[in-house]
Design a protein around this ligand. Structure first.
Ligand SMILES: O=C(O)c1ccccc1N[C@@H]1O[C@H](COP(=O)(O)O)[C@@H](O)[C@H]1O
Length: 207
């Protein structure tokens, strides 16, 4: 079963819909320059209202480890996603506290050495994260069989099919299920999660 992470959530109602419709994770932007940024205290109130079986992810970009730890604690989050040019030592320091996703921006075919970065899952994203910009799926090929590959960047309910056919560990979406930055569209959210869900049943039936 491919897992789905809904990223860039700013409203409780969107988080609850994502949970109800089967998302494995929700992501909260802690990058101050982003239009989807909200302070950690805001995310804490959303996190408190969710059930125990959905993972809360904090998204950071070039934030020093001490500040990441502080924000994660305040926002009551469980997994950190690093989206910048963080040195591997920062990742090692953070992994002592919680699982880590390392996101890389692709501007060409993925370099297989990205898998050497110390992280618990590897995300391959477009060149401009959070913009809805994608890339040719062939660029994933060098890391296609990575056991914890999360595919992100420009995904929508409509273009998800070929990505799901690659059977990555997870898919991640933000803009593709929004009506405005940070505000999710219930219709698009449902369509996205249903598409992921249906792909699981198809594989299980055929397998
Ligand atoms: O969403 C943002 O504003 C953002 C800012 C800084 C780093 C990452 C950001 N978003 C991440 O981008 C991917 C894919 O987004 P999209 O579906 O192409 O819009 C997603 O993981 C977001 O977490």
């Amino acid at each position: 079963m491919v897992k789905a992470k809904i990223c860039g959530i700013t409203r409780l109602e969107d988080a609850l819909l994502a949970e109800r419709w089967g998302a494995w994770a929700v992501g909260f932007i802690l990058v101050p320059s982003s239009r989807r940024y909200r302070p950690p205290e805001h995310y804490a109130s959303i996190s408190r209202a969710l059930g125990p079986f959905i993972t809360r992810v904090g998204v950071f970009q070039d934030t020093p480890p001490e500040a990441v730890l502080e924000a994660m604690r305040t926002a009551r989050l469980q997994v950190a996603q690093l989206h910048g040019d963080e040195p591997p030592e920062w990742a090692e320091a953070l992994r002592a506290h919680f699982p880590l996703i390392k996101a890389f921006k692709l501007s060409g075919p993925a370099d297989p050495r990205l898998a050497d970065y110390p992280a618990d899952a590897l995300m391959l994203d477009g060149a401009s994260p959070g913009s809805g910009q994608g890339y040719p799926l062939e660029w994933l090929e060098p890391l296609r069989h990575h056991p914890r590959l999360i595919v992100a960047g420009g995904l929508t309910p409509e273009n998800l099919g070929p990505v799901l056919a690659l059977r990555p560990y997870a898919v991640d979406v933000s803009s593709g299920v929004e009506e405005a930055p940070g505000l999710k569209s219930p219709q698009k959210l449902r369509a996205f999660l249903q598409t992921v869900d249906n792909s699981g049943s198809i594989v299980e039936t055929c397998g």
